[in-house]
Structures are given as structure tokens and as C-alpha cells.
Design a protein around this ligand. Sequence first.
Ligand code: ISJ
Ligand code: MG
Length: 463
Amino acid sequence: MNSQSYSSTEQMEANRFRGYRFYTETIEVSTMSALAFFEAGQEQYEGKRMFWQNREKSFTMVGLGHAYVLTADDYKGRFSSIQKDWKALSSQLVNEETAVQPVLFGGFSFDPLNDQPSEWRNFPQAYFAVPTFQLIIKGEQAYVSVHLITKQPNSFMDFEVLRKERDRLIHGAQVSEPKVYQKPQVSEKKELKKDEYMRSIGKVTDVIRAGEVDKVVIARALELRFKEALAPASALYQAANEQPESFLFGLEAGEQFFFGATPERLVKVEQQRALSTCLAGSTPRGQSVEQDEALGQALLNDSKNRSEHQYVVQMIGDVFEEHCSDPRIPQNPKLMKIRDIQHLYTPVEGKLKKGSSLLDLVEALHPTPALGGEPKLQALSLIRSYEPLNRGYYAAPIGWIDAKGDGEFAVAIRSALLDGDKAYLFAGGGIVADSTPEAEYDETWVKFRPMLRVLGGNLHDES
Ligand SMILES: C=C(O[C@@H]1C=C(C(=O)O)C=C[C@H]1O)C(=O)O
Ligand SMILES: [Mg+2]
């Protein structure tokens, strides 16, 4: 193993995975559709599947089945508990693969202290899994790995069974007819607690104007009901078509499926290089080139949006100053233009200091003022008091980490929770001193658009 990521004190700590063996075998395969591989696992692994594709489309991961599940429910230690368990578990790796690493994929809830009624019945405060079958597509190359984590001393037979199953899955994915899914048919669309949402913005702006906090992000939810239950593969298919310029993620927990197409990176670490994204401040796309440019310029010059953005840059910058040497934080934001919306955008990078890790950065960053507020703890407590919602995994870190400690987490916005014939969609916005409930309400409709397109609900201006 890579000795750098395992400090000696941690190795001396009792390893709760002592006695386990972590077998892995990777083969290179002809590249295939990631979605077809996801579908090939439908019968055997439904409820235990994962999907990830980065924004650049240079890295795609599909997981089928659970070789091991790591969860955490305590509110304080969930990041470090996942980190410790993953280090301990991956130190039991029997053989070291070079082409790709075993990946732990999953996410955290937004706020474990939120005690409002929740639709997220299958999602613990942290929920991660090492897939039994892991497809990784990196550029032109595709790899399928089998993972077996067991206490049985002689698992040769088990592994043989898994190899056969792996070949069946690969074959299924490669020869299956590419599926074309129809858009789901929505029978009902409900705005949940709209009045409470509008009032909460009023209350939060009062607190901000009184000088108690600078920024608080307030969100709301829509509920869609479909004529027929919607398959996760169909949701991913629509998301890939409709939102090609975003991270795509999907996480099954039994019959519930959380998925989304988010433009926002929380943090990526690759060989000690750390990258994050400050994304806050929004305006719609224009109908014409001229209108689009005018809207973009107005966004760049708008003091309310610039202040929403600046709190994020300041905070992410501070975290990078602490955890990275040589942090680079540009002076001014650029525009990020995606299909339905334009945002103010500042990329931040640095070199991870010795002793700091990807999950340390996730913990330090989450939530940034793009989804929480400034100062963080006061903002979280105001969200708890005023926002009429349990965010579950919305706006929370979703992503992966490999056995060497590299990985990437996105901020799970532009997302929905699928639950049989229902879906819950979430969107929010950064409230600052000069926010108004009406403008924030309109902004959330723009942010609902990606998932409304995917799920077949009318966009607000079409309804
Ligand atoms: C809260 C959301 O998005 C965040 C809030 C933004 C804003 O208020 O301008 C912009 C980008 C995101 O960081 C969302 O999409 O639900
Ligand atoms: Mg905003």
C-alpha cells in the first residue's frame, strides 16, 4: 500500500477490519456504455447500484452490488469515521492493483442535526459502499474490477463465482440493445410549503440585516407524482441527455434513488493536487446571444450576486490556506454557463499538505457558504429553524475515494430523490442582505429546470 496515506499511529490503532481480506481483480475490457452496465445489474443488484461521471466526462464509475457498506450515524464523527474505516479496510487489500484502484462511493447527509420529518428513510447520515463489480472508464480505457471482502480464509470458490458473474455482466452490457427511454409522465406537481419558504426568506433577511450573520442559503422542494414508477436507469439516461455539462451521480439505497446533474465540485484530490469550485450567484440564460451576454455581464457586475459569491471564495480560500501549500485563488469570478443557468464561478487549487486528506477537505468545506452560509454554524442553525424542509442528501457531498486517497466529491444540487412513483426535487439560493422572497423564488424555478426536464415536469414558464 501507499505508505504515505497511512500514518503509523493509525496503523497502531486497533484495526476493526483485522481478519478481513480484501481481494480485488481488475481486467481491461473493450469500452462499453456505462449505463448499459448499470442496467445489466438491474435484476441482481437493484437497490445496490452507484453511478458517477465527472464534468469533463474523463472519468465514469458504475458500481453493482455491495462488497462492503460503511455507514455512520453520529453527527460529529461521521467524516472521520468513514475516513478511518476506509483506511483500515483498504489496508487489508491482499493485492495491489495499478491500473485502477478499488473505490468507495457514497455520500453524507446535509445536516445530521435536522430533525424535521424526512423522506430519506433509507439514507443514514453517511452511506458508502465498495461495489462488488466496479466499472471504471478513464478516457479510452475501461476496466472492470471484482471486489470481495471477507473473513473466510479460503474464498477461492467465492471469487470464481464472482468472475463468472462479472463476465455475464460485461457480456450483457456489451451486447444489449441500447435502450431508449421515454420521458416519464407526470400526473401531479406540488410545491411543498411554499408559503413557509417565502416567510423564511423574510425572517432570514431580517436576521442578516440585523448584522447577526452574512449569508444563509434557503431551499424548498417540489413533489412530482408519475403515472408509473420510474426506473433509476431511465432517470440517469434522461439526465445524461439533458445535462451533458454537469457531474452525473446516482446512489441507490434500497427502493430509493438519489440522483442529479450538478455543476458544482466540492473538492477533488489527485496525487496531492486539490481543486475546488466557488459557485454562487445566478441568472437565467438569454433567449438570444445578445440577451445572454447582457445577462452574464449584469451578473458579473451585480453587487448582490457578487456578495453571495464572495463569501464562498473567502471561506474556500481560508480552508485551502489551512490544508494546502501554494493555494491559488483568482481575484475575480468568471461565468459558468450551463444549459439552464449562468453562475459566477471561481476555481481554487492548491497542493495538499502532508497530513491533510480528501475527506479532511470534505469535512472542512461542507457546507460552503454556497449551500450553508456565513458564518457556517450560525447559518446551519438558522436553516434548521426556518427552512421548512429536511434536505437529506440534497446539497451534501456525494462522491468517491480510492484506496490511495484520491477522489472527488460534488455538491449534490440539481438533484432529486426518486421513490417509486414519486420524486422530490430540491432547489435553493443564497440569501444576503438585499435578497427578496420573490426574486429568490424565481431563482429556484431556474434551478429546478434541469431536474424538471429530466423528469418530464413542465418548466415553470411552460406551466
Ligand atoms: C442552492 C443551489 O445552488 C447554489 C446557489 C446559488 C445561488 O444562490 O446563486 C448558485 C449555485 C449554487 O451554489 C441549488 O441549485 O439548489
Ligand atoms: Mg443566488
